[in-house]
Design a protein around this ligand. Structure first.
Ligand code: GAP
Length: 440
């Protein structure tokens, strides 16, 4: 059983992530770049598994969904139509001395700059979108925005998908991709950053059926987190109050996770109505209606949007699986990630009992057989006990050990379970089947 998130010191997670190669501070050799992070060899596998599980669940296992991978840079009119050019802003005050900016709502009752004691300007609206320029001339004609959500790439392709796939409502389009926001208060490790990855669905429905689909998606998405191992008591649903609803939403529910610093949003599931398609119809003068051949009507579909973050989900899986077991002394402590086998970065570790000249070639042979089926790691450095601990700490669900019984007696190996630490013997010929059984 993993620890309750409230008992976890986030510094331990950050330190494990760096030590074992899950997540490094970005541009580390230059002292890092505020709130940007790089996924290391294990982190990239973990996050990729999270995204693959999402894609499997919302695209491959459904008949009513297709995928898309749209460009990050989009025509600037997109952001005028979506409302982001005007409305995606935070009111900020700026210190007249050191020019640091603060969110106005965080400075209530504070008269002077907390950094240098300078006076504040009046609050002004700052757009959270990051900008860049296309081509050699840096003028306003060539300015484009880095997308702050992947959603708009889906909306502008609505007709392309309908025409090319002959889809009928209800159906959805899923997309995973980077988004950028010039967040004023990034923090909590990879929870809030300025460059992040979203996993978004725009699900198009007949107006009038939207509320029913909203509920179905809320249930489906909640179940996905539970199926991948998040403990139900650490998840909850919170409905947005009227004043926190985004400009495009009729209603919205957040799936929240109980992070070590408190309940925070993992994923938002909004009813965006026909807002976006209507806006794009107006701004592009292209027809965004759908012809319903059952009712013989043209209409603009309503949209349910389950929108999650790949980085936040990955962090929640790390936190929810983190455990420290036994041992008063630090040396006896077993740190374990009880990750679901479907997202664990390494599924099987192959370990010879020692670096013995007979054991090593046999263990290498076993390794080359099973790496065809699972992501594997071979390790023969240091004692077997330390190697088990190293694998526990990165969440490897099973370890296969080749010992003297293997080579001298019966060609059997041990399979050690990460969570129970129980060991069972299996003949090498049956190993792949036994591992499939355990890991499924
Ligand atoms: N298209 C709707 C949309 O973008 P959002 O609630 O602003 O809605 C959706 O973002 C999800 O994207 C969030 O639930 C979160 O998981 C992720 N996300 C948003 N801002 C983020 C940030 N600064 N850092 C990391 N993840 C972020």
């Amino acid at each position: 059983m993993a620890l309750n998130p409230e008992q976890i010191d986030m510094n331990k997670i950050v330190s494990l992530c760096k030590r074992r190669g899950f997540v490094f501070p970005s541009s580390d050799i230059y002292g890092g770049l505020g709130s940007t992070w790089d996924y290391g060899p294990l982190g990239v596998e973990l996050k990729r598994n999270v995204k693959d599980q999402w894609w499997k669940s919302v695209v491959h296992r459904r008949d009513d969904m297709v995928g898309l991978d749209a460009a990050i840079l989009m025509h600037p009119r997109t952001w005028e139509a979506s409302g982001h050019a005007e409305g995606f802003t935070d009111p900020l005050v700026e210190c007249k001395e050191c020019h640091l900016r603060f969110r106005e709502d965080h400075m209530e009752g504070i008269e002077k700059c907390p950094e240098c004691g300078g006076e504040f300007t009046d609050a002004r609206l700052f757009n959270l979108m990051l900008k860049t320029f296309l081509g050699p001339v840096e003028d306003s004609a060539n300015q484009v925005w880095m997308r702050p959500e992947t959603a708009q790439g889906i909306f502008v392709n609505f007709q392309n998908v309908v025409v090319s796939t002959r889809r009928k409502l209800p159906f959805g389009i899923a997309q995973i991709g980077k988004a950028f926001r010039n967040e004023i208060t990034p923090g909590n490790f990879v929870f809030r950053t300025r460059e992040f990855e979203q996993m978004e669905i725009e699900y198009f429905v007949k107006p009038g059926t939207d509320e029913e689909w909203h509920k179905r998606w809320l249930d489906d998405r909640m179940q996905w987190y539970k199926d991948l191992g998040i403990r139900p008591e650490n998840l909850r649903i919170r409905e947005h109050e009227g004043d926190e609803l985004a400009h495009y939403a009729k209603s919205c529910y957040d799936i929240e996770y109980k992070f070590p610093w408190g309940w925070s949003e993992l994923e938002g599931i909004a009813n965006r109505t026909d807002f976006d398609l209507k806006q794009h119809q107006e701004y592009s003068s292209q027809d965004m209606t759908y012809f319903d051949d059952e009712s013989h009507e043209h209409y603009i579909p309503y949209v349910i949007e389950p929108s999650g973050g790949a980085d936040r989900a990955t962090l929640a899986f790390l936190v929810d699986s983190y455990d420290e077991e036994g041992g008063v002394d630090a040396k006896d402590l077993r740190t374990v990630l009880h990750l679901s086998p479907s997202i664990a970065p390494i599924k099987v570790a192959v370990l010879p009992l020692s670096r013995n000249a007979k054991l090593v070639p046999k263990a290498r042979e076993v390794y080359s057989t099973i790496r065809e089926h699972f992501s594997c790691q071979y390790d023969d450095a240091q004692s077997i006990g330390r190697r088990y601990r190293r694998q526990d700490e990165i969440g490897t669900p099973v370890a296969v050990t080749v010992d003297f019984k293997t080579i001298e007696e019966d060609d059997s190996v041990t399979i050690r379970d990460r969570d129970s630490m129980e060991q069972t013997r299996v003949h090498i010929d049956d190993l792949v089947a036994a591992l499939k059984d355990k890991l499924d």
